[in-house]
Design a protein around this ligand. Structure first.
Ligand code: HSE
Length: 338
């Protein structure tokens, strides 16, 4: 399986590390050999049709700042979408930073991949938040897979849990904690004397935050995940503009202490009900299963017959999201004899 990896930040590098380490196990367990043949970053690309040396690509990125410095086979530019259309490969993995204003460059990259006959695995939430129905239709029309497990819940399979484990059930609504960075900040602010900015810096250093962390803090990241869940799980054709969004910037240490005194915690909650979709800080009882600490995510599916079902797991981090990409690659390979 030849992979064109577009975007080589925290998540892209984690995927390369996972494939480098687990390649033999994947061949043994799943019967296919995942080979990254092209890597594109913001300054250039490297390419080897026999499979790149991933240790060398990671070293070029870590030491010299770009895969354009990969030994002999690294190049400066052209643009990602040109490389996507001219490179051979079965799957494009899109892991450029999420942009919630116009979805670029991810939106063009995904369209280019699908129109040139490549399956897509994306962890980029921007294009889906703004144009998910159109992208799914394009993939369907081209008879290609567009997979996005890593966009919601990092490594925790919220999307496939709902679609594969709750078939036949009517899901009436969902609500929960879907952003690791803000949950980390709120937890730190409540449990230590750490201020908002210091807690945000910690989340950035640990690789949880978006490249533009205001997307976490202002609630756009949670809203994008709500849009993806609405479209895929509840069959609601929402986009980002349909979600009422309030971030956590007005949550104070005092309000967290007040909530604690009454047996509650303030969490940034994404919610889809019968009538609307919202993202806002809410007081949640400390005994509610969605009241999770640190970077954990927790999502409750309210179902007609089974009642409330809650899934909890790590919702952010390069390695976790890299694992979600691997899951999608295995799934795509299972459906197609490529
Ligand atoms: N910035 C995101 C978060 C990454 O903190 O949850 C995972 O989508």
């Amino acid at each position: 399986l030849r992979i064109i990896l577009v975007g080589f930040g925290t998540v892209g590098q984690s995927l390369a590390r996972i494939i480098h380490k687990d390649r033999e196990r994947i061949v043994d367990d799943y019967g296919f050999d995942p080979q990254i043949t092209t890597i594109v970053d913001s300054r250039g690309y490297c390419q080897d049709k026999n499979g790149l040396d991933l240790a060398a690509a990671l070293e070029a990125k870590e030491r010299l700042g770009t895969v354009a410095k990969y030994p002999e086979k690294g190049r400066r530019r052209p643009t990602a979408s040109r490389i996507i259309s001219t490179s051979e490969g079965e799957v494009v993995v899109e892991s450029t930073p999420s942009n919630f204003k116009d979805g670029e460059p991810g939106l063009s990259n995904i369209k280019q991949a699908l129109t040139t006959g490549k399956h897509v695995v994306t962890v980029n939430k921007g294009p889906l938040a703004l144009a998910m129905p159109a992208l799914l239709e394009l993939a369907n029309h081209k008879k290609l897979q567009l997979r996005f497990s890593g966009t919601v819940g990092g490594g925790t399979p919220f999307l496939s849990f709902a679609s594969k484990c709750l078939p036949g059930e009517k899901i009436l609504g969902v609500h929960g904690v879907l952003n690791g960075t803000t949950n980390y900040i709120l937890t730190r602010m409540e449990n230590s004397s750490l201020g908002f900015q210091a807690a945000l810096r910690e989340a950035q250093m640990k690789g949880y935050a978006e490249t533009d962390s205001s997307n976490d803090v202002q609630g756009f990241d949670t809203a994008a995940k709500i849009v993806i869940i609405a479209n895929l799980i509840i069959n609601r054709r929402l986009n980002l503009h349909d979600v009422e969004i309030t971030g956590i910037s007005k949550v104070t240490p005092q309000s967290l202490r007040d909530a604690k005194a009454s047996g509650a915690k303030i969490k940034l909650i994404g919610r889809i009900s019968e009538s609307k979709a919202t993202v806002k800080p809410e007081e949640i009882s400390a005994t509610d299963p969605i009241c999770v600490p640190d970077t954990l995510n927790a999502l409750t599916f309210s179902t007609e017959h089974a009642g409330n079902v809650t899934l909890i797991g790590k919702g952010a981090g390069g390695e976790q999201t890299g694992s979600a990409i691997l899951r999608d690659l295995v799934d795509i390979r299972g459906r197609y004899t490529i």
